[in-house]
Design a protein around this ligand. Structure first.
Ligand code: ADP
Ligand code: MG
Length: 838
């Protein structure tokens, strides 16, 4: 590769016109790798060729560059572009595609221009997208102390925006970005914020971060946005502008591709910090099994749009009772009505991805088969509306039915215009019904008549010349010709014009045959052109209804997601959670939804009670593999399910709305992240201390025995004490540990309760087996010794181990014995004498 010249920064030589053209385009899209269509290939030159060869593991060659020099070149065949683009998109590359804008003629430079820039956040090609996942492009803009955040999924046209300000703005914005998990972020922010972005987002999925190239748009009137102050509104508009500009730059019209933005406040959703979302494996698994996520365990949707909707619900549980109850009402109605659920399921199964089809129509990218899919889906809307028409059904289902407009005229149009099974592309014709258009009918009949008119001519010429073996044949080089064998050449009439000599004879044309040939060719071209016009017109008529179609798509998605929750609830015996006003969480026989889906009835249900006075802070002890982490995550997952409007895997569940879930998972379990782990943990911890409220659920899981354990434990305990001092306004806490120092917290604080998980002796071979049952009290300190005894260590060794353990127990290890009063230097609340009763 070394000797190959790259695109030089300064050049002494002149390039050939084609390379001049290439580097001219390249200078307008410096951020992208430029692939330019040359005949049957997409080619890159210079340093782009080197990158392309490396990224795709393809051959790097070279090309005459003009003035006797050579330049690096790499290329891919045009028919394999999709495959290669998929690889580039997976690597989060940015690729500009230049097309030939005219039919090439020899010795003349073809006009080429970049028609599309494919970036990770603006992919709309369905073969490059996951069907059940939204692909977000986000923009972050800073105005004063406010951060505006806009997001869009260009494949559906959905746009949403929010803003953050105050001390926690950056954390909040990052948490929101982590929730959306965009594949690309346009960052119009200070270097400081950008650093924070890069550091924190690296913990989860990697997104491409692009600096905004926009100058601030000045002087435009900015409409106010409800719920946001003027600085926040300005930041939101800046972020939306950045999205629009970016969308235009990559080759789409922003007006037709982006829907009206939905403005929302982040506090409308249950807050989860980025790492908690990762650890709870809501939509992405950490381990080997990709199906081990909350989403996968409850996703019975029939359509891709339903699946995306369910994922959005899971990533944004609600914090207001009324909308939650409304969703639960709908789930309940469909859970209780097996027949209706079944019927809806069958119809939904036949529906295509209406949302992405409607968007393709808006983007002017719809192909014949997209409209055929649309036609099939429209035919299914009536049965869906009918199934939800009953007045006794809950409001949400009615609303969905009402959101599906009447598309009868459009459906009839599609039926009347499009053939029953259109081919994949418009190139060969045969997409539009000829009877739908007189002009098309003419040209098609001309074309289909061709054979018989040619046959008639052939017959006539045979008679005229008396040559029985005369044939009219199609030769790709020059069209239709009359073929005469050698022995009959004498009988050829004067008006025949010789075109070609074959070994067996000669080929001739006649003026009449030329005319017929031309007419057929014309008919072919005109058919293609006319069909393209008619298809374009049909697509425009569909586009006129695109907002209605998108609304219907949303309704279908909601019905699908609701049916899915109802189906799972019915199959797995989930119950409807009961919401109460106070901050309390009571679960009877709760099960872990993901583990239960895998283990079935082997899963051991457990109760959980987190209340104001008696038990607000649970310390859970027990040996490794006992089920502590499972129990903690289960609590969070059940709260999340309850607050998306789902039923829950339990015998009963009562909860006051939870506004935040925090998790603090010890580093031992956190193999995914690298050295910055501790720093990130501390960021999270300070976040917890600043924000934990009465309406928060905090999970602390001290796993492993790594070197950091003592630090981790000390910090965790300090956090606990700090939180406990909040008294009634303290968050609900579940604290899992296999160290016993924390058990003493219960002696000091009345609402700290100890629970434990035990092992029982296996009667067969004496090996310990876990009951996975959570029981009151702390576990036996000598569990390890117990296991040693079961494993057959000599009794003297076991006895000595006991002695040592007892001695260690005498020694106060951590600071639980120190009075807490005044340590934090803030006045203590006196209504809580119990708390400080040392
Ligand atoms: P710990 O955190 O105490 O080390 P885990 O929660 O990681 O334990 O659980 C260890 C294993 O025990 C799990 O992978 C699962 O197979 C099993 N397990 C945990 N809880 C239960 C339960 N309630 N019922 C059945 N099996 C369970
Ligand atoms: Mg664990």
């Amino acid at each position: 590769m070394g000797g190959m010249p790259s695109a030089p920064n300064f050049r002494l030589m002149r390039y050939s016109p084609m390379l001049e053209q290439y580097f001219g385009m390249k200078s307008r899209y410096p951020e992208a790798l430029l692939l330019s269509r040359v005949g049957d290939f997409y080619e890159a030159y210079g340093s782009d060729a080197e990158s392309l060869a490396k990224w795709l593991s393809i051959a790097l060659t070279s090309k005459e560059a003009g003035s006797g020099q050579r330049i690096a070149m790499a290329g891919v065949p045009h028919h394999a572009l999709d495959t290669y683009m998929a690889k580039l998109v997976a690597q989060r590359r940015v690729v500009a595609l230049a097309e030939q804008l005219e039919v090439p003629v020899p010795n003349k430079l073809v006009r080429r221009e970049v028609v599309r820039v494919v970036t990770p956040g603006t992919v709309v090609e369905e073969q490059l997208l996951e069907r059940g996942t939204n692909n977000y492009l986000c923009a972050l803009a800073m105005v004063g102390d406010s951060l505006g955040l806009a997001s869009t999924d260009l494949s559906t046209g959905y746009v949403a925006a929010t803003a953050f300000s105050g001390e926690t703005a950056i954390d909040d914005a990052i948490a929101e970005l982590a929730r959306l998990s965009p594949s690309e972020i346009i960052a119009d922010v200070s270097p400081l914020v950008r650093d924070a972005l890069e550091r924190v987002l690296a913990v989860g999925e990697e997104a491409r971060i692009t600096s905004s190239t926009l100058a601030a748009v000045n002087g435009r009137v900015r409409p106010a946005i409800d719920g946001f102050d003027s600085e926040e509104a300005t930041a939101i508009h800046r972020a939306l502008d950045a999205i629009s500009a970016f969308v235009r730059r990559v080759g789409f019209s922003d007006e037709s591709s982006l829907r009206q933005p939905v403005f929302y406040a982040q506090r409308a959703f249950l807050a989860l910090d980025p790492r908690s979302r990762v650890h709870l494996e809501l939509t992405r698994a950490l381990g080997q099994n990709p199906k081990a996520t909350l989403l996968a365990s409850i996703d019975r949707t029939k359509t891709a749009m339903g699946s995306r909707m369910l994922a959005r619900w899971i990533l944004a549980p609600l914090v207001e009772r009324q909308p939650i109850e409304r969703r639960a009402d709908a789930v309940q109605a469909l859970k209780d009505d097996h027949t209706r659920r079944q019927a809806l399921g069958e119809v939904l199964d036949g529906c295509f991805d209406l949302e992405r089809i409607a968007q393709k129509v808006r983007l002017r990218r719809a192909l014949p088969r997209d409209l055929a899919s649309l036609r099939r889906t429209l035919a299914l809307l009536d049965p869906i509306r009918d199934a939800l028409a009953e007045p006794t059904l809950p409001a949400n289902l009615h609303a969905c039915a009402e959101a599906i407009a009447d598309f009868d005229a459009l459906a009839a149009d599609l039926v009347g215009t499009l053939v029953a099974e259109p081919p994949a592309s418009l190139a060969d014709g045969g997409v539009i019904r000829p009877e739908s258009d007189p002009e098309l009918a003419d040209v098609v009949s001309l074309r289909t008549d061709a054979r018989s008119r040619i046959a008639a001519l052939e017959e006539r010429e045979r008679e005229r010349t008396g040559i029985r073996s005369l044939r009219v044949k199609y030769a790709s080089a020059f069209g239709y010709a009359i073929e005469i064998s050698k022995s009959n050449l004498d009988a050829v009439p004067d008006d025949y014009v010789r075109r070609q000599t074959l070994t067996s004879g000669e080929r001739f044309v006649t003026p009449e045959l030329r005319e017929l040939d031309l007419a057929i060719q014309n008919a072919q071209t005109r058919q293609r052109e006319r069909e393209a016009e008619l298809f374009e017109a049909l697509a425009s008529r569909v586009a006129e209804r695109s907002s209605d179609l998108l609304r219907a798509a949303d309704a279908l998605a909601e019905i699908d997601a609701t049916c899915s929750l109802a189906q799972v609830a019915a199959e797995r015996g989930y119950v409807r959670p009961r919401f109460i006003d106070e901050s309390r969480l009571a679960i009877g026989d709760g099960r872990h939804p993901v583990m239960e889906a895998i283990l079935g009835t082997q899963f051991v249900p457990n109760d959980l009670r987190l209340e104001t006075r008696e038990s607000r802070f649970i310390v859970l002890t027990g040996p490794n593999m006992g089920g502590k982490s499972t129990y903690l995550r289960q609590a969070a997952l059940l709260v999340i399910l309850a607050q998306i409007g789902s039923f829950v895997p339990a015998r009963s569940m009562e909860l006051g709305i939870v506004e935040r879930i925090f998790t603090r998972i010890g580093a031992g379990d956190d193999l995914a992240s690298g050295q910055s782990t501790f720093y990130v943990e501390m960021l999270e911890t300070s976040n917890i201390l600043r924000r934990a409220t009465r309406r928060s659920l905090l999970l602390i899981d001290e796993v492993g025995r790594g070197t950091g354990t003592v630090d981790g434990l000390a910090i965790a305990q300090a956090i606990s004490e700090y939180l406990l001092e909040g008294g009634e306004s303290a968050p609900m806490v579940l604290f899992a540990t296999h160290f016993h120092e924390l058990v003493a917290l219960a002696e000091r604080w009345p609402f700290v309760k100890n629970f434990h998980i035990t092992a029982v002796e296996n009667t067969k071979d004496g090996a310990p087996i876990f009951s996975h049952r959570v029981l009151p009290g702390s576990s036996s300190r000598s569990f390890g010794i117990e296991v040693a005894r079961m494993a057959g260590l000599p009794p003297t060794v076991v006895a000595r181990a006991k002695e040592i353990a007892d001695a260690l127990e005498e020694r106060p290890t951590l600071e639980t014995q120190r009075p807490l009063r005044g340590r934090l230097g803030k006045p203590q609340v006196s209504e809580q004498p119990l708390l400080f009763d040392v």
